[in-house]
Design a protein around this ligand. Structure first.
Ligand code: NG1
Length: 395
């Protein structure tokens, strides 16, 4: 019989830290972004969906302020929760736990620590937000252990900043999707103020997540690449005399965006402007197509988004491009890189009745002969899952 993630986490907790009161459980899912890359930090709407894959934490509050954590395949970590925590060395998973503790203490103060055990079925460094899910799950566990109630708005106020403890100056997409998604729905996320509009995924529409087998580890080099795209967008705004992209887009369409871009010098700054403004328009159109179940228009916007990420913002990777081509050649109407880029996964859009043929086509065209290929981790159908808030209410 398959052991549930909750049970696995509870068992790990007991074996690592000994028997005790019943474990409490918190789960936070990863997400796949359908469209809207590198625009959340410019406060433009994005369209991800939460996955049925998640980080699950079994935990017990402690009488003191020590935090102890264990995760399969990771070294055990322990520290005293105080204000102004120092970072652990780069790449250490303890940084996500420290980020959660620091996030809670900046807003609510320090409190009781926890013993915690983590299990995950989310592939790491794949652009599926495993790191944000870890941060969210620990934040919720610490709040729960201290009897603090925090709603979506409170959490959205602190989590994106909390993530910066680990080093990326990202936006709020991952946190909003992981917290506020609804099962069976994609999430149209806006940021001023943060809000999630659940949009039902039409019957017969499917998405495959396909890993390029190139890891977009948030190493300092990848982080610098990510942050440089953010700076390029800001520089374009400053050059054109706009305060933000919302002002750019007030009465803009694709043609006027091109016109504005023409006065920018050629290169990354122009590319970032074209990408961010164009992608913001594409997200709204793709969301409208999703609501109308217009698969052709939806696919067009996804394919355009990949071309823009590759050619304008330059965040793709040759292996991701090859994977996207393999998906299209296998009969998918659309495929694009998903997440921060520079490796990681692509999302493939396909009618349900073609999914199996596309999966087999990808194996033949892209994964054949790759010893590291593990279908369960690298090529799976994404089911639109519940966010942490819905998972919690469901008990
Ligand atoms: P991933 O793919 O999880 O590294 C990052 C950012 C998002 C967003 C995307 C690109 C973090 C935590 N996440 O996501 O906010 O900007 O890149 O669309 O920084």
């Amino acid at each position: 019989m398959e052991v549930s993630a909750n049970q696995q986490a509870a068992d790990l907790l007991k074996s690592a830290f000994g028997p005790g009161p019943a474990a409490r459980i918190i789960a936070a899912p990863g997400r796949v972004n359908l469209i809207g890359e590198h625009i959340d930090y410019h406060l433009q709407a994005v369209l991800p969906m939460a996955l049925e894959r998640r980080i699950t934490i079994a935990f017990r509050p402690r009488p003191d302020s020590t935090i102890r954590a264990i995760s399969a395949g990771q070294p055990r970590r322990e520290f005293v929760w105080s204000k102004g925590l120092e970072q652990a060395p780069a790449g250490d998973w303890a940084n996500y736990i420290r980020a959660a503790a620091e996030t809670v203490s900046l807003r609510w103060g320090t409190g009781r620590g926890i013993d915690a055990a983590v299990v995950s079925d989310l592939p790491p460094a794949a652009g599926l937000s495993s790191s944000s899910a870890l941060l969210i799950a620990f934040t919720l566990a610490l709040l729960d252990a201290n009897g603090i109630e925090a709603g979506f708005e409170d959490l959205m106020d602190v989590l994106p900043d909390g993530e910066q403890f680990v080093g990326t100056r990202g936006g709020g997409m991952d946190h909003a999707a992981s917290l506020g998604s609804r099962s069976g729905h994609a999430s149209l996320i806006s940021f001023t103020p943060p809000a999630v509009e659940p949009v039902p995924v039409p019957a017969g529409w499917s998405f495959l997540v396909a890993h390029s087998l190139t890891h977009a580890e948030k190493s300092s080099a990848v982080m610098e690449q990510y942050n440089s795209r953010r700076r390029a967008g800001a520089e374009a705004l400053a050059t054109l005399g706009f305060a933000n992209f919302t002002d750019v887009l007030k009465a803009a369409d694709f043609a006027s965006v091109e016109q504005m871009a023409a006065s920018l010098p050629e290169g990354l700054v122009r590319g970032a402007f074209l990408h961010v403004a164009g992608e913001s328009l594409r997200v709204l159109d793709a969301a409208a197509a999703l609501k109308e179940a217009d698969a052709e228009r939806f696919a067009l916007r996804l394919n355009q988004a990949h071309a823009s990420a590759r050619d304008q913002l330059r965040i793709s990777h040759p292996e991701v491009d090859r994977l996207v081509v393999a998906a299209l050649e296998s009969g998918a109407p659309a495929a694009r890189l998903t997440g921060a880029g520079f490796g990681g996964c692509s999302v493939v859009f396909a009618p349900q009745d073609r999914i199996e043929a596309i999966r087999l086509g990808l194996i033949e065209r892209f994964y054949a002969g790759r010893a590291e290929f593990d279908p369960a981790q690298h090529l799976f159908e994404a089911q639109p899952g519940a966010g942490a808030i819905q998972l919690r209410t469901a008990g």
